[in-house]
Design a protein around this ligand. Structure first.
Ligand code: G3P
Ligand code: MG
Length: 372
């Protein structure tokens, strides 16, 4: 039974932002509807700035306000990262005012957990993030020998003498004789804080002999001879929306610099494995999480779902969702804007001002299509 556009429009706009409830008996319910929300530029603008629309929308969808006959499933998919998933889940639950379950958060490195299991007994260099947080991420994924750049600098400061360890960094370094430690991988789990240092150390490993710092293998600049160290990157975003009104450089820009310096010093293309949006592995993993969540809340985890990805970055959120067959909603609260008639690099299902307008549009669309 389809209701006329007007009454549905009034229903929805008074529902999300207003106080009216969707009663099962009287109101069609979009039973196939599910959402995937990007974080930076959609729910937040910078670490401390949660958008008010975000709180309203998530409280409404979670049924926390008793205005839905049952919650509308959603999860958060971010190219951000740099702290253990459980800590980020707890922090976001506090900030957003809804209790997220462990199946409702996918950080850039969350889908990598299974992929890096092969390194659990091997020394790896974990790069990015604040302090030793990314080491703790690696340990939370079962990696037993995660070293960070500060450990290497503490061993031989001359390896990169442009920056010195702070007292705080000296407090968490793990001393070791790295002339005896063969690294198997370099894992970039978040935006790095010292590009010069980290580019140098990653290039050192990629050109090293069997992953040992302070060595350079013969033929390191020959395309036919590959090295022993794998480079894995979790976030491809060249730009992202922080609290500053103009997009900032992200881990993708760091990778571009890594590629350029590797090319200039070896003549070779940088060998690396990329995760994060828009890559398929992240969306496949997220679909799995969404179905685990459905099971967790006692719903049919195999049911047909119409997932709407709400994102601010056409290159990651929209491209990835489109290629994965999800609907995509591009908002104007982040990287993308069309003040001067700009067209997004990847065409979304719809463009909306913000996450609240996006959710209202998706509910209308599902009811209009009779997806009840
Ligand atoms: O570093 C985070 C940034 O790349 C974007 O994060 O939440 O917009 O995917 P998000
Ligand atoms: Mg974003």
């Amino acid at each position: 039974m389809l209701r006329s556009a007007w009454s549905v429009r009034r229903l929805v706009s008074t529902t999300v932002a207003g106080k009216r409830a969707l009663h099962a008996k009287t109101t069609p319910f979009p039973d196939k509807l599910a959402f995937a929300f990007d974080i930076d530029g959609v729910l937040k603008q910078g670490h401390h700035n949660v958008l008010p629309q975000a709180k309203r929308v998530l409280r409404f969808l979670s049924g926390a306000e008793g205005r839905l006959p049952k919650p509308i499933p959603f999860l958060l998919i971010t190219n951000g990262g740099g702290i253990p998933d459980e800590e980020r889940r707890a922090a976001l639950s506090r900030e957003l005012g809804v209790e997220l379950t462990e199946n409702q958060l996918v950080q850039s490195h969350t889908p990598i957990k299974e992929y890096v299991d092969k390194y659990k007994d091997k020394p790896v260099l974990v790069v990015g993030g604040k302090g030793e947080n990314c080491r703790r991420v690696a340990e939370s994924y079962g990696l037993k020998h995660p070293y960070i750049p500060q450990d290497i600098i503490a061993w031989k400061p001359d390896i990169w003498d442009r920056t010195e360890l702070t007292e705080e960094e000296k407090s968490f370094v793990r001393p070791a004789d790295f002339s005896q430690i063969p690294f198997s991988a370099a894992l970039v789990f978040d935006d790095t804080r010292d590009w010069g240092r980290d580019i140098t150390l990653i290039l050192d490993l990629l050109s090293s002999d069997k992953g040992v710092f302070g060595t350079r293998r013969e033929g390191h600049n020959r395309a036919d001879l590959s090295g022993d160290v794998e480079l894995v990157m979790s976030n491809a975003d060249v730009e992202w929306r922080s609290s500053w009104p103009i997009p900032r450089l992200g881990t993708g820009a760091f990778r571009l610099c890594l590629e350029a310096t590797y090319k200039s010093t070896t003549g070779l293309e940088l060998p690396y494995k990329q995760f994060g949006k828009p890559f398929k592995a992240t969306y496949e993993f997220s679909e799995l999480m969404l179905r685990r969540y459905l099971k967790q809340v006692g719903r049919n985890s195999n049911k047909e779902l119409n997932v709407y990805m709400v994102g601010d970055n056409p290159l990651s959120d929209i491209d990835g969702a489109n290629r994965f067959g999800w609907n995509s909603i591009l908002v104007r609260t982040g990287v993308f804007h069309d003040k001067h008639g700009e067209k997004p690099s990847h065409k979304p299902t719809v463009i909306c001002d913000d996450v609240e307008k996006g959710v209202e549009w998706a509910i209308q669309e599902e009811l209009r299509k009779g997806n009840l």
